[in-house]
Write a protein that binds this ligand. Structure first.
Ligand SMILES: Nc1ncnc2c1ncn2[C@@H]1O[C@H](COP(=O)(O)OP(=O)(O)OP(=O)(O)O)[C@@H](O)[C@H]1O
Length: 320
């Protein structure tokens, strides 16, 4: 459960502040403002938050100069009278880690759902790899190489880790059900390939020891890792992560940060993530877009966003 992490009257629950997680071992509860922005990890890199990644990346070349692969232009989305997104434009470059942050109800999940074709905006253009996208079904997005994880873990709890990850290969199947039922030539070869890929993902995410364990028996942090594994099994070129660290303790967050950056570096996967832990966001992101009440109030590198007066105002709950 998210806690209000700002101290003082009028401060709003912000997806970017530290939270007390289910295990009680999160990165903290209420954080006293310190410096221009105060959520955990922003002003103080020395504490318990998992981020040391940015320091490690200091010598790396900024990757935001990559080609734009997703261009969202003037996106507006309403549910009846509720305006979830209003005239939002931003882009995502190939190979970058792009964060979407904002308070609860700001429209972050709606935006991810627009990107992977679950929601269809009433207005705006979506250009993916140079092609304007019309009405798109999530399976079509998956075939284009867009995979996602969910805010609330969406795994088959009674199935083993291995079988859950195998479901991530569904969009890759080429031979028919009949051939698979008969375990016939091409189907057999294809399944071998799928199993090999799944084993690679299991090795990569270091979950060999739990491959036969039913997912429902795993601690929360490992379930989140299995969900990432299932998304990776689809070999996405763009990975959408909806709160990948939610409910994790510090150690689990460190592991997840490392895996996300490894995926990004080793496979070149473009990452778009929503995350509540601001320390993590500022640590691992190349660029950050900030939403508030369905509108974009900031966009830029972590440093630019941290210095943006509108973002600071929104953090302090004084802008409305
Ligand atoms: N399917 C839906 N039907 C009706 N309203 C919706 C739907 N999905 C989102 N909304 C509304 O759109 C607004 C944005 O919601 P959204 O879940 O995208 O925000 P969020 O920034 O992801 O919030 P949180 O951090 O709490 O997950 C909210 O007012 C929400 O109630």
């Amino acid at each position: 459960m998210t806690q209000v992490a700002w101290q003082g009257a009028g401060q709003r629950e912000w997806a970017g502040t530290a939270r007390t997680d289910a295990s009680g071992a999160g990165s903290g509860g209420a954080i006293a403002p310190a410096g221009p922005m105060s959520p955990a990890g922003l002003a103080d890199d020395s504490g318990a938050h998992p981020g040391t990644q940015r320091a490690q990346r200091a010598g790396e070349q900024a990757r935001t100069g990559g080609e734009v692969i997703l261009d969202l232009q003037h996106i507006s989305l309403s549910f009846g009278g509720v305006k979830a997104l209003t005239d939002i434009s931003f882009d995502v470059c190939e190979h970058e880690v792009r964060a979407i942050i904002g308070p609860n109800g700001a429209g972050k999940s709606s935006m991810l759902n627009v990107i992977n074709g679950v929601y269809h905006p009433q207005q705006g253009r979506i250009v993916f790899r140079g092609e304007e996208r019309k009405q798109m079904h999530p399976t079509a997005a998956a075939r284009q190489g867009i995979a996602r994880t969910f805010q609330n873990i969406a795994l088959f709890k009674g199935m083993t880790v291995l079988d859950n990850i195998m479901t991530g290969r569904n969009t890759q199947f080429r031979t028919g059900l009949f051939a698979h039922a008969l375990w016939w030539g091409p189907a057999r070869n294809e399944e071998m390939r799928h199993r090999q890929k799944v084993e690679e993902v299991i090795d990569f995410l270091e979950i060999q020891s739990i491959r036969k364990t039913p997912v429902g028996r795993l601690p929360y942090g490992l379930q989140k890792r299995v969900e990432l594994a299932r998304a990776l099994a689809a070999e996405p070129s763009m990975l959408l992560l909806d709160e990948p660290m939610a409910g994790m303790n510090v150690e689990e967050k460190q592991d997840m940060c490392r895996f996300i950056l490894d995926v990004n570096r080793q496979f070149g996967t473009t990452i778009v993530l929503i995350e509540h832990d601001m320390g993590v966001v500022m640590d691992i992101s190349d660029r950050v877009v900030v939403l508030d009440y369905g509108k974009k109030i900031g966009d830029g590198t972590p440093e630019e966003v941290k210095g943006n007066p509108d973002v600071i105002k929104a953090y302090l709950g004084t802008s409305h």
